[in-house]
Write a new protein. Sequence first.
Length: 131
Amino acid sequence: RAAALRQLGDLAAARTEVEATLALAGRMQAPRLITSALIGSADAAIDAGALDAAEGFVERLARLAAEPSQVASRPAVSRLRAELAEARGQAAAAAAAWDDAAAQYEAQGRAPEALQALARACAARHALGRD
């Protein structure tokens, strides 16, 4: 629901939705729901330009993703770090994070996501004049 609200441009409603989901997931002690809510929260914060808040969500996600049961969420950490770096105009950091995301997606057999991350890494390097 939050993703749909974001796509419709209602960032405030999307953020409210992900915050409610995050609160519910925390009460339920459901790690998968918590990681999903953190990803949605970070995406919404980046879209809204709330980069410090987004970074907080990403760091919480990174701590959870370090757990063996949450390996599937590790590429999202790199993707979100790349998007944060792009939003901050840090092309070198973005390229490195996109490369990391691509490698993680590829290791998980997620070729479409890996290709998309590689394309974003190339774009970041192009912005640096190193294509």
